[in-house]
Design a protein around this ligand. Structure first.
Ligand code: ADP
Ligand code: MG
Length: 454
């Protein structure tokens, strides 16, 4: 009546004949004692299975003390252990005892399958996956690392990894790492990494802690990808958007240049006719200065430049942009005027990028004014920011559209790109500032840009 199964066999005229077999397991295998007792293996098992078991039977019969094997009959797995019984040194009989291991087999199979599934995912991800213990030792590195960073799995060792991070990025990376451990949260990090083939790639990684049962950190998983190409494409996009703006402004600038040129030509004609007055020269001089300013600003906007954050004079930036935009505004019958608080503090920024934002915003304002209006540029100091406002009395933006501002290709203009604002948002967030739109249909729009003082 036992849970498992017990059997005995002897060798009789060259064949292993069972002399006993019983136990719960026997019935579960779909057999009864009569089918086994007095029979050889091949009489109740398929040939192949009988032949395999005969080998084990033989070993026990030859005196080997513990022969074990696993088998399956009728979908039930069992483990058998054979023990020889000896009389004066000679084996006279073998006892086999079997236990049901189906559950264990099932669990093993499920584990294997799920392990296989996760391995399949890990091994086939194009992202790089690394698993570290809390001492920073690498426990696992996915094969994709070979492609992403050029290191094979066995080459992924913590020292090699850190050594390949750009020296300027190491402190930030370590700080992020500590922060992950301290706050037990996931964090994103971006750093330059020296690919094994000798070139720099830009990596974007997410680090996550794996917390064990007792609440302690067990592992850190880092999943990362090479975003060099993506970043390049973004930069390309920003460049092409800039060129679009430059192209569109060109008409206005050309128009604006014509005015001083016309007055200079007129004065020169007067001079030719012998009418010479001192103030002619002053006017010519002023007009030349204005020409120079416009052209200088225009070229500044068009020229590609390295990003350079430095302490900058906001008042000058705003004035420069005003000069540049005046031509466009004049053509559209829009008056631009600025109100800048005296002693507005210096800010840390990339001058050209901030100019680009202002040009984009003022251009949008001008374009939103169908027939005459104004664009007012204000700048005031707040507690820890400077606040720049671009106010227009244009068509405004309805609530629904307001929510979508900053999404690329969201434009309601025939030739619009919808990239201008996306770029503005990006640049301002890079400056750790904020940008807000307040607008009412047919009343106008106010854009508020806040840039931190420190
Ligand atoms: P584009 O100017 O090429 O259309 P932008 O990203 O600069 O792209 O602007 C996106 C959209 O936001 C514009 O098409 C317009 O509908 C709206 N918009 C932006 N600024 C203003 C504004 N000052 N007044 C009215 N609508 C605006
Ligand atoms: Mg625009």
């Amino acid at each position: 009546m036992q849970q498992g199964m017990i059997f005995k066999y002897k060798k009789i005229s060259g064949q292993f004949i069972h002399t006993l077999c019983d136990g719960d397991l026997l019935y579960r295998l779909g057999l009864i004692p009569n089918q086994v007792v007095g029979k050889a293996l091949h009489e109740f098992l398929p040939t192949e299975s009988a032949m395999e078991k005969t080998k084990y039977y033989q070993r026990a019969w030859e005196g080997e003390e513990l022969v074990t094997y696993e088998s399956m009959i009728n979908g039930i797995f069992y483990l058998a252990a054979l023990r020889p019984i000896k009389h004066s040194g000679e084996v006279v009989e073998v006892i086999g005892s079997c236990v049901d291991i189906t559950e264990r087999k099932k669990a093993e199979k499920a584990l294997r399958e799920s392990e296989y599934k996760y391995r399949l995912i890990a091994e086939n991800m194009t992202d790089s996956i690394m698993l570290f213990d809390i001492n920073g030792h690498v426990l696992y590195a996915s094969p994709s690392n070979e492609k992403v960073i050029g290191l094979s799995q066995k080459d992924v060792v913590i020292n090699k990894i850190i050594d390949r991070v750009h020296p300027e990025d190491v402190p930030l990376l370590l700080a992020k790492f500590n922060q992950i451990v301290k706050t037990k949260s996931s964090l994103q990090m971006e750093f330059r990494f020296l690919h094994a083939n000798g070139y720099w790639i830009l990596m974007e990684c997410v680090g996550t802690l794996v917390i064990g049962k007792n609440g302690e950190t067990e592992h850190i998983i880092i999943v990362g990808r090479d975003i060099t190409e993506k970043r390049k494409a973004e930069e390309q996009l920003s460049k092409s958007e800039k060129l679009t703006v430059v192209g569109e402004l060109a008409a206005g600038v050309a128009h604006e240049i014509r005015n001083p040129l016309t007055s200079i030509r007129g004065l020169i004609q007067l001079l030719q006719q012998g009418i010479i007055k001192q103030e002619f020269f002053e006017v010519i001089h002023d007009e030349f200065n204005r020409l120079e300013d416009i052209i200088k600003e225009f070229l500044n906007l068009a020229k590609p430049k390295e990003i350079q954050i430095k302490k900058s004079n906001l008042e000058k930036i705003l004035k420069d942009v005003e000069i540049l935009m005046e031509s466009e505004a004049n053509m559209k019958n829009v008056r631009i005027f600025s109100q800048i608080e005296p002693d507005i503090p210096m800010i840390y920024c990339d001058i050209n990028q901030i100019k680009q934002v202002l040009v984009n915003l003022i251009k949008n304002s001008i374009e939103a004014i169908p027939s005459g209006g104004y664009v007012n540029i204000q700048a005031v100091k707040e507690k820890s920011n400077v606040l720049i406002k671009i106010i227009d009395n244009g068509v405004g933006i309805n609530e629904e559209r307001l929510k979508k501002l900053g999404e690329p290709f969201f434009s309601n203009k025939e030739k619009g790109t919808g990239l201008g604002l996306m770029l503005c948002f990006k640049i301002i967030s890079l400056h750790k500032g904020s940008i807000t739109f307040i607008s009412e249909n047919n009343k106008g729009t106010t854009v508020e840009i806040r840039l931190p003082l420190s």
